[in-house]
Each structure stands twice: as C-alpha cells, then as structure tokens.
Design a protein around this ligand. Structure first.
Ligand SMILES: N[C@@H](CCC(=O)N[C@@H](CS)C(=O)NCC(=O)O)C(=O)O
Length: 305
C-alpha cells in the first residue's frame, strides 16, 4: 500500500517526517496541502485535524509526527530509528525537541523575521494558538527565546562533544530528525535567525550530515488521488481497546481526540484502538467513506464526545 504524505515544503514538522521516510529509504507520494486554513481536502480525511504533516496509508490516516514515526518503525523496522537500541531515550529526546526546543526556535525565528510571512499567515497561526496577532510582542520576546535556544544548543553540543557523527552514535535516528527540524527551519529567516548557530561549529557540521539522509524517493500525487485511494481502501486497523484504560472506554464508544495545545479542534469518531501509546477512531463521510484516524496518546486528550 502506497505511503502518502500530506505536507508542504516549508513545514518543519513535515521536514522531520520527510527525513524519517529518507532514513528508512522509503518511496512515497507527496500531496501538497495549504500552509494556512482552510484545508478541506485534508480535514475530510482526518475528521478535523488540520496540522502538518499527515501520513496516509490506504484508509488509515496517521496524525502527528510521533505517531508517524512509531507507525513507520513498526511497518519498516530496518533501518531502525533507534540505531543504538535506546528506544526510550530517542523518544524522550523527540518529546523535548518537538516541544520546548521547537517552541524556542520557532518563536526566535518569528521574532527576528516575521516580515517574511504575510499577514494571513500570522492571523492563521494566532488562531491556531488562540491568541491575538501581536507582531510587536513577537519582536520583543525574540531575545528571551534566543537565550533559551542558546542554552538548549549547548546541550546538543554536549551530546556531540565526543566526536560522534549523529546523536545516537554513528548512525542517524529519531533524535537527529527531531532535533534538526527547527534548526533547518531557522534558514527561512536567513542570517537574522541562523546567527544563533555561528558559535556552534559541531552542530553546523552535524546538521550538514543530517541533511544527507535525504527524503527517500518521492513522487508527486494529488489530493484527489489521495481521497480516491482512501475511498477505495478498507482500513487495516485491528480493533483493540486496552480493557484497563483509565478513561473507562470501550470499542465503539463515540469519543473525541483533541490536541493538548495549538489546533485543538476535536476529532470525533468511534473508538477502535486504545493502548498506552496509540489511539485510533473510525470516522465516515460521503467523500472518503470509512477511514481510521490515528494519534499518539502523548499530547492528546481522549474523552467521551
Ligand atoms: N505535534 C505535531 C505538530 C505539527 C505542527 O504543529 N505543524 C505545524 C507546521 S510545521 C502546523 O501544522 N502549523 C499549522 C499549519 O500548517 O496549518 C506533529 O508532531 O506533527
């Protein structure tokens, strides 16, 4: 079954997903989505989740790069995302890198170079976070985020201090793709944002190595093709709800899955899978038929709808 990545080229989380596809040497179809709302061809597949990227495999739809990484690791174990065998540490580094580290990097970039994006983009992102657009505040906070980012970069330099090629050791893995995407994104702001990397030669050299992972083999696809594929396919997810789940939920319950921060529109569907790391709900509509939408547990709230 073909892998389809719904993404746009400028997205840093999408760059993380593209590098995972590259690390595993996979072939995938590229479906370009808009970088601001509305995204009708995407949300019809996800039931409302609108963030970037989303991975589609037939009628199974994977939201969030944490779920995408776990899914690809299960389906395509080699080359592994954990070349040092440290599956726990890799995921903890990912959680910090996609969270606090990316927030500091993103806010520093925007504070330094907000003029590179149009007003509609800033309005879209403010709505995503549920805050008013305030470019002056963005500019003022840049120095504070710069300090945070510099402190974090010292940690990365410490990881590389023994001369290792990648954060896991000799081979690239999940920590590399997670830590690198926001630093890749700084380039969008030009020298005004990448200046922060000047004192960190080992990090710049490591970033150049991460880039050589590449994106695997990509072919262009379209939203219409993706929808037709979902419609023609049957979801492959096997129903499995952990009976001891703290929410007291059972297969078939109508539930909502909502991100803890930013982009909190709930996805409402019929519960199909619930485990410690993974939640999936079935949704149905006239355009795509029945599809199953998957999320990580971490960072998402599951509740009765
Ligand atoms: N936790 C999510 C975060 C995804 C995310 O925030 N992506 C950004 C783009 S890099 C986004 O969706 N922004 C709003 C948009 O693209 O419309 C993940 O790991 O996939």
């Amino acid at each position: 079954m073909e892998l389809l990545l719904h993404h746009y080229w400028g997205s840093n989380y999408a760059e993380k997903a593209r590098l995972i596809l590259g690390l595993k040497g996979l072939t995938w179809g590229s479906v370009i989505i808009p970088d601001i709302m509305p995204k009708p061809d995407l949300v019809v597949l996800t039931g409302g989740y609108s963030k970037t990227p989303v991975l589609q495999i037939g009628a199974d739809i994977y939201c969030d790069t944490k779920r995408i990484a776990d899914e690809l690791e299960t389906r395509f174990p080699q080359p592994t995302l954990y070349p040092d065998g440290a599956t726990g540490i890799g995921r903890v580094v990912q959680y910090w890198a996609d969270g606090a580290f990316t927030l500091a990097g993103g806010r520093y970039l925007m504070g330094r170079s907000h003029e590179r994006w149009p007003a509609e983009f800033h309005a879209d992102r403010a709505a995503l976070w549920g805050v008013p657009v305030d470019l002056d505040r963005m500019v003022r906070s840049a120095e504070r985020y710069r300090q945070q980012l510099a402190a974090y970069l010292e940690w990365i330099a410490m990881m590389l201090a023994d001369g290792r090629r990648f954060l896991h050791g000799e081979k690239p893995g999940l920590a590399d793709v997670s830590v690198s995407h926001i630093l890749w994104f700084l380039e969008t702001g030009g020298e005004k944002a990448t200046d922060i990397l000047i004192p960190f030669a080992s990090i710049r050299e490591w970033l150049a190595r991460v880039r050589t992972i590449g994106h695997g083999t990509m072919r262009e696809s379209s939203a219409a093709q993706a929808i037709a594929i979902a419609r023609a396919a049957t979801p492959q997810t096997v129903a499995a709800v952990d009976p001891a789940n703290v929410e007291g939920l059972a297969i078939g319950n109508t539930v909502s899955v909502r991100a803890e921060i930013a982009g909190r529109d709930p996805v409402i569907g019929s519960l199909l899978l619930l485990s410690g790391q993974h939640v999936a709900v079935a949704i149905e509509n006239e355009t795509v038929g029945r599809v199953v939408v998957h999320f990580p547990r971490v960072g998402y709230v599951v509740g009765c709808a």
